[in-house]
Design a protein around this ligand. Structure first.
Ligand code: CO
Length: 171
């Protein structure tokens, strides 16, 4: 296994829609393992393939850091087929390090996709899992959580983040 480089905002690939993953071959299996290792190394709760430079519909979720015994979820070509309710909670992203903000999302989602063995997968997520599913599936559509903020908040974020990037590049 290997650690992969996580693409950071404002890299272009994060804003682009990914394509369907057609073949779940040995190459895909290795990518899934490398993504899992990478996500665990930085204590993330989820990671989408385009965050590591592969623009395909594949993401992984592991919320076991927050909720005991939650399994690792590998989702290929996922689609949200149902949404229910609304909930607001603080969210972060491995591609926008050091920034957390409150985001409104559906409270419950129903997702269809396929797993790493190519079997049909149906997941009902509530609470944190619902949030993680929506966050990762957004990634695959080229949408970041900052795109879900109000325009005013987003402008404020952009200014602050530019300064953050500038300060960090000096070191
Ligand atoms: Co993210």
């Amino acid at each position: 296994m290997a650690l992969l480089e996580i693409k950071k905002y404002p890299e272009k690939i994060l804003k682009e829609k990914t394509v369907h993953l057609e073949n779940i071959d040995a190459h895909t299996q290795r990518l899934i393992d490398d993504m899992t290792e990478t996500m665990h190394a930085v204590r993330g709760l989820g990671l989408a393939a385009n965050q590591v430079g592969i623009p395909k519909k594949l993401c992984i979720i592991d919320i076991s850091l927050k909720e005991d015994k939650a399994p690792l979820i590998v989702l290929i070509n996922p689609v949200i087929v149902e949404k229910e309710g609304a909930a607001e909670a603080e969210e972060g992203c491995l591609s926008i390090p050091g920034y957390l903000t409150s985001i409104k999302r559906a409270e419950k989602v129903f997702v269809r996709g396929i797993d790493r063995e190519g079997r049909n997968l149906e997941i009902e997520g509530v609470g944190l899992l619902a949030r993680a599913l929506q966050h990762e599936i957004d990634h695959l559509e080229g949408i970041l959580f900052i795109d879900r903020m109000s325009p005013i908040k987003r402008e404020f974020f952009k200014r602050r983040y530019k300064k953050f990037l500038k300060d960090n590049s000096k070191e």
